[in-house]
Ligand binder design. Structure first.
Ligand SMILES: Cc1ncc(CN)c(N)n1
Length: 234
């Protein structure tokens, strides 16, 4: 049965599904590539190379620091929307959890003896951060920004929730990492971001929807490159 308030038409298809659902179906291969990457599978099956994990840790700390201004710019965009202000509160909550995420990285880095001050950003990371920086422009429409925000968060949520699924052999040292993004609360938060994105996309022009889809695809590609970089393949 169709979920009330979630009706969205996609490109003349006769069934009505939310835009984000249509995107995932259309780009399933790439979506799975980002959320079921060999690096993630190796954490789940316990075969992970800890040197790759340490590389990911250092690079992701840099990424998260660049992610904050992008989220802040999305917060500004949401504050200009004529809604009930609830989007703004959700995004503000997201900013607060990014603060926790930064502190988590610092703690993990010290546990794994990774010196965050000496990490040199790698090419895939630089490109991803540049992409985010370009999206902070006030010219970028709110539906595009919120779709990107959701996509970035959901890749980690799905990836690490997959690690935690039954039958996993996650090394004890990485259990906390998987729980950080794979926990139920983070899942609910991503679901809320997705609902906000779908609501915005439902009201957006075809031109803006297609810009948002291109940006969504870029996120998936950058995420795959980021995992590849972590295992030394980029
Ligand atoms: C590359 C990447 N993508 C997503 C997330 C989740 N905030 C992250 N920390 N890093």
């Amino acid at each position: 049965m169709e979920d009330a308030g979630k009706k969205l038409v996609t490109e003349g298809v006769d069934c009505k599904i939310p835009v984000t659902e249509a995107w995932i179906r259309k780009h399933r291969l790439l979506y799975d590539g980002a959320t079921r990457h060999p690096f993630i599978r190796s954490i789940r099956d316990g075969s992970v190379d800890f040197s790759y994990f340490k590389r990911w840790l250092g690079q992701d700390y840099i990424f998260v620091r660049s992610f904050v201004p992008f989220v802040a710019s999305t917060l500004v965009k949401s504050s200009k929307e004529s809604g009930d202000g609830l989007d703004m509160e959700v995004i503000l909550g997201g900013m607060a959890s990014l603060n926790d995420e930064i502190n988590w990285f610092k703690n993990e880095a010290s546990k794994f003896h990774v010196s965050l001050t000496s990490v040199v950003p790698q090419k895939a990371n630089i490109k991803y951060c540049r992409f985010l920086e370009n999206l902070t422009s006030s010219e970028v429409e709110y539906p595009v920004a919120i779709s990107v925000f959701w996509a970035i968060e959901v890749v980690y949520q799905e990836s690490f929730a997959h690690c935690l699924e039954e039958g996993n052999l996650i090394p004890e040292e990485l259990q906390g990492t998987c729980e950080r993004w794979g926990n139920e609360g983070f899942g609910t938060y991503c679901k809320t971001l997705r609902e906000i994105a779908d609501r915005c996309l439902q009201k957006a022009s075809p031109e803006v929807i297609s810009k948002a889809e291109v940006a969504f695809l870029s996120v998936l590609e950058y995420e795959v490159d980021f995992w590849n970089m972590s295992i030394g393949e980029a």
